[in-house]
Write a protein that binds this ligand. Structure first.
Ligand code: 45D
Length: 173
């Protein structure tokens, strides 16, 4: 047996062993999140941020990697609220735009830092707010409360996965 298949089966079986453990909640949260409408995905991200805000801040502040997202954030700041919403919808819907392609080349932590910064800009009133009466779907509220109930490391795992799947990777076929 080659080294490669050996180590592959090791990681597979350890994933299998954890299948009744919280890892299940993490992967089902990711699956449910991806099945949501684009609107609900954005709303769930926002509400997750409002719940997690205090725990994220120390980890995310001073993230030097934000410099790689600076151009995109500057563009967002120049846009109308309607355009800002359109850009976020394009990212979540994986619509092939210049913005989605620029986002796609960012590293995962930079993508997280980008969304974190957007939330901060929302708090400051620079980025379009979620409408006060926005009605989130049942699946959306369920996945949101699941995410809120996860420990911080699991929350990061879910968030990394969902934001890394947004946008367009210009180098993928
Ligand atoms: O009109 O670098 C709707 C660590 C409805 C450490 C809408 C980290 C219609 C390393 C679509 C709802 C890994 C900890 C409008 C970093 C409608 C490191 C509007 C982690 C207007 C960075 C919706 C960082 C809108 C982390 C505007 C965990 C929605 C960062 C906007 C987490 C939603 C960041 C936004 C999160 C959500 C950011 C902007 C969760 C942003 C969420």
């Amino acid at each position: 047996m080659t080294f490669t298949s050996d180590s592959a089966s090791t990681s597979f079986s350890s994933a299998f062993n954890y299948s009744t453990q919280p890892g299940d909640v993490v992967s089902s949260s990711i699956a449910v999140f991806k099945s949501l409408s684009v609107e609900d995905q954005l709303a769930v991200l926002w509400y997750a941020y409002t719940e997690m805000g205090r725990s994220i801040t120390p980890a995310a502040t001073g993230a030097a990697r934000l410099q790689f997202a600076e151009g995109l954030l500057q563009q967002i700041k120049q846009m109308s609220h309607a355009q800002q919403l359109e850009v976020m919808r394009d990212l979540a819907a994986k619509r092939n735009t210049q913005f989605s392609r620029s986002y796609g080349v960012l590293g995962i932590n930079t993508k997280l830092a980008f969304w974190y910064e957007l939330s901060e800009l929302m708090v400051k009133g620079i980025v379009v707010p979620v409408p006060a009466g926005y009605q989130i779907s049942r699946d959306g509220s369920q996945v949101l409360s699941t995410i809120i109930g996860l420990d911080f490391g699991q929350q990061i795992t879910v968030l990394r996965k969902v934001v890394s799947d947004m946008g367009i990777d210009p180098f993928a076929d």
